[in-house]
Design a protein around this ligand. Structure first.
Ligand SMILES: C[S@@+](CC[C@H](N)C(=O)[O-])C[C@H]1O[C@@H](n2cnc3c(N)ncnc32)[C@H](O)[C@@H]1O
Ligand code: SF4
Length: 369
C-alpha cells in the first residue's frame, strides 16, 4: 500500500507523494484509510479466492507514519478481514525517523505490524542538509530503541550514498552509526539524480556536483565490507540482512515474480502475468473508488520474452542468483571468464554475481539477455 503524503519534499525525491499544499482538493490524509479500505474490498471482489491468505503487507510512501497508527491498523484489519493474514505474516511499514514517537510505534506493533523500515539516509548533518532531510542524526538510534522495545521482529535502515559533498569517511561514519543501532537489515542505495527534482536543478546550475561512478563504486565496496564485517550479508544488490529470516520477504516476492496487489494512487499490481497501475493523483484515485469504479489507469500483459528478461534482471540481482539455463551459455561463460559471475555455482546450475559483477550488474544483465 502506497501512502502518498509527506510533510516536506526532499530535494532528491521524485516519488508520487504530496505535501499538504501540493495535494489540492478531493483527497486528504484524514480520508485516506477509508479510500484504501475501499480498494482492499475491491481487490477481494476482483481476485476471488486466489492467493489466500496474504503472506506479506508492505506500507510504503511517501510517509505512511503521517497517518495515525489507528488508521494504518484499520487498513490492516480490513486486509485481514477480506483475505486473512497468514500466521507469521510479515507486515512492514516505512517510517521517517521524525514521524514516529514511542507511543505511535507501540500502537503500530499492537495493530499487527512486525517490521519497520526507517529512512535514515545518513548520519552526517551536512549530507542530511543537502538531501533536505528534516531529522537529526541522533534521532535514528532513539527510534530504533523504541522500536525494539515495542517488540518489533525486524528493523531496517535505508541509507543513501554518493550525496554531493559526502566523502568516503562520511559514508563510513554513516555505516558505523547504522550498525551501532543494530538493525537486522540495511538497504544502501546509490543516490540517483532524478529528472525534475530540485537536486537535478542544483546539479544543472552547477551548485552541486553529481556523484561520480567510480566514487559510487568505492562507496559500494565500503558498504559491503563494513556490513558483512558486522554480520549483515548481501541477499540483493542493495540489501543486506543478518540471516535469511531477516531478509524482506515482501521484496523477495517482487524479485521472484510473485503476485501482488498495489493499493493507492500510482500503485502497481501484478497478477498472473498481467501488470496494471492506478491513476496517479490521490484525488482521482479517491474519486474512482468513491463511485465504485476501478482506480486502474492502464495495464499490460507481459509476453514470454518480457517475463524472461525481467526474471533474469531481477533474479540475477539476488545472492541466490538465477538458474543458469535461463542464460545464453556462451555469454554467461564469458562473464565467468571476466570475473563477473561465480564459477563454482555456475557449474552447479546457478548464475551468481561476483562482487565485481554486482558493481556492473546492469551491464551484465544486458549482455546476458
Ligand atoms: C519511499 S522512500 C522512503 C520512505 C520515507 N519517506 C523516507 O524518506 O524515510 C524509500 C527509500 O528510497 C530511497 N530513495 C528515494 N529517492 C531516492 C533517490 N533519488 N536516490 C536514491 N535513493 C532514493 C531512500 O533511501 C528512501 O528511504
Ligand atoms: S520523506 Fe521520503 S517519500 Fe517523502 S519526499 Fe522525502 S524521500 Fe520522498
Amino acid at each position: 500500500m502506497h501512502v502518498p503524503f509527506c510533510v516536506t519534499r526532499c530535494g532528491y525525491c521524485d516519488f508520487n507523494t504530496y505535501t499538504a499544499t501540493e495535494l489540492g482538493p478531493g483527497a486528504s490524509r484524514d480520508s485516506y484509510a477509508d479510500t484504501a479500505i475501499r480498494e482492499v474490498r475491491m481487490a477481494r471482489r476482483v481476485l476471488g479466492d486466489v492467493d489466500l491468505p496474504v503472506e506479506t503487507v508492505f506500507v510504503g510512501g511517501g510517509t505512511p507514519t503521517l497517518l495515525p497508527p489507528d488508521d494504518l491498523g484499520r487498513v490492516l484489519s480490513a486486509i485481514d478481514a477480506e483475505f486473512g493474514l497468514a500466521p507469521g505474516a510479515e507486515v512492514t511499514t516505512e517510517a521517517n525517523p521524525e514521524s514516529v514517537d514511542e507511543a505511535s510505534i507501540g500502537k503500530l506493533r499492537e495493530a499487527g505490524f512486525t517490521r519497520v523500515s526507517y529512512g535514515m539516509q545518513s548520519a552526517r548533518e551536512h549530507v542530511l542538509a543537502v538531501l533536505e532531510r528534516t531529522h537529526t542524526p541522533g534521532r535514528v538510534p532513539q527510534v530504533v530503541e523504541w522500536t525494539r522495545k515495542a517488540g518489533f521482529e525486524h528493523i531496517n535502515l535505508d541509507l543513501i550514498y554518493g550525496t554531493p559533498g559526502e566523502t568516503d569517511d562520511d559514508w563510513r561514519g554513516s555505516l558505523e552509526a547504522a550498525l551501532a543501532a543494530e538493525p537486522d537489515h540495511v538497504s544502501a542505495y546509490a543516490l540517483i539524480v532524478e529528472e525534475g527534482t530540485r537536486l537535478a536543478a542544483q546539479v544543472r546550475r552547477g551548485e552541486l556536483t553529481a556523484p561520480d561512478d567510480d566514487a559510487m563504486a568505492d562507496r559500494y565496496l565500503i558498504a559491503d565490507e563494513m556490513l558483512s564485517g558486522h554480520g549483515l550479508h548481501w541477499y540483493e544488490i542493495s540489501n543486506w540482512a543478518a540471516d535469511p529470516r531477516a531478509a524482506c520477504r515482501h521484496n523477495m516476492l517482487y524479485w521472484t515474480g510473485a503476485d501482488w496487489w498495489g493499493v493507492g494512487p500510482g500503485a502497481h499490481s501484478h497478477v498472473g502475468g498481467t501488470r496494471w497501475w492506478n491513476v496517479k493523483h490521490p484525488a482521482a484515485h479517491a474519486a474512482r473508488l468513491a463511485e465504485g469504479t476501478t482506480p486502474a489507469h492502464a495495464r499490460e500483459i507481459l509476453t514470454g520474452e518480457d517475463r524472461h528478461i525481467e526474471r533474469v534482471m531481477l533474479e540475477l540481482r539476488l545472492a541466490q542468483g538465477c538458474p543458469a539455463h535461463l542464460l545464453d551459455d556462451e555469454a554467461a561463460r564469458r562473464a565467468v571468464g571476466d570475473g563477473l559471475i561465480e564459477p563454482a555455482p555456475y557449474e552447479q546450475g546457478r548464475a551468481v554475481l561476483t562482487l565485481k559483477g554486482r558493481l556492473l550488474a546492469d551491464a551484465v544483465v544486458r549482455a546476458l539477455t
